[in-house]
Design a binder for this molecule. Structure first.
Ligand SMILES: Nc1nc2c(ncn2[C@@H]2O[C@H](COP(=O)(O)OP(=O)(O)O)[C@@H](O)[C@H]2O)c(=O)[nH]1
Ligand SMILES: [Mg+2]
Length: 236
């Protein structure tokens, strides 16, 4: 028996080829706002950088740190032409001055409000500390704007299998309809494929030109020039 047919995106985009594009301190420094990108957000130390490294099978793509609050910039990574992953600044680090915290908050806010290519958020939550104030705020922000949101319960290795499942079930009961969630561990490799599938589906929803271009290639020998005008943009 043959396995399931991989989606065109999986064939044309290899997560392992993801590369760093740039770091931005403010919206005006971000790469061109075209195509589709998915941003990883969460409290400092939740495991954002580790998750990006794990999903892309690259140990050092996004820096990881034992010191919370180290990543203060918005970091962009290219998955493919016009498809990006974004590592957002961590939130909730107590030991930085208020001025710095205010700057982060402003950067995060202007990015979230101003970025047309943002097609979804991944919220990372330490499985031992589910749904703190920041997490609740992000969930509300996404549901108010109908922004797709997927939650990774990170560091699942810190709990027994039974305890993990019960945190996940409890979380799912609390979440608004449409917000999806899963277990994740960068350390013992839980949930990597599941996360990749969610990312792939979200990006493909915005990049039909990429999908269509690939299908055309499969179905005919002819060049796919008619699709090269770029991805279709959706409002708002
Ligand atoms: N046990 C465990 N530790 C993790 C996991 N993911 C990240 N960490 C650790 O948590 C700390 C913060 O991780 P990092 O990815 O830098 O978090 P970020 O601040 O959200 O980017 C580091 O010491 C990581 O080694 C995991 O799946 N399991
Ligand atoms: Mg980080």
């Amino acid at each position: 028996m043959t396995g399931p047919c991989p989606s065109p995106f999986e064939v044309s985009v290899n997560f392992q080829q993801t590369h760093f594009i740039k770091s931005a301190a403010r919206l005006s420094d971000c790469p061109p706002d075209t195509g589709a990108e998915i941003a990883f957000c969460g409290r400092s130390n939740a495991g954002k950088s580790s998750a990006i490294n794990e999903i892309t099978s690259q140990r050092k793509l996004a820096r990881t740190s034992k010191t919370p609050g180290r990543t203060q910039l918005i970091n962009f990574f290219a998955l493919a032409a016009d498809a990006r992953l974004v590592d957002l600044p961590g939130y909730g680090f107590a030991r930085v001055p208020d001025k710095v915290k205010d700057d982060w908050h402003r950067n995060l806010d202007s990015y979230l409000r101003g970025r047309d290519s943002l097609v979804g958020l991944v919220l990372l939550v330490d499985i031992r500390h589910p749904l703190k104030a920041f997490d609740e705020m992000m969930i509300r922000w996404c549901t108010d704007r109908q922004m797709p949101l997927h939650i990774l319960l990170t560091k699942a290795d810190k709990l027994s299998n039974g305890a993990r499942q019960s945190v996940l079930l409890k979380l799912r009961r609390q979440l608004p309809a449409g917000v999806t969630s899963q277990l994740f561990s960068a350390l013992i490799h839980i949930g990597i494929e599941e996360a990749r599938e969610v990312l792939t589906a979200r990006l493909l929803a915005r990049l039909p030109a990429l999908d269509q271009g690939f299908q055309d290639q499969m179905e005919s020998e002819e060049p796919v020039g008619q699709h090269e005008a770029g991805p279709v943009k959706h409002g708002p």
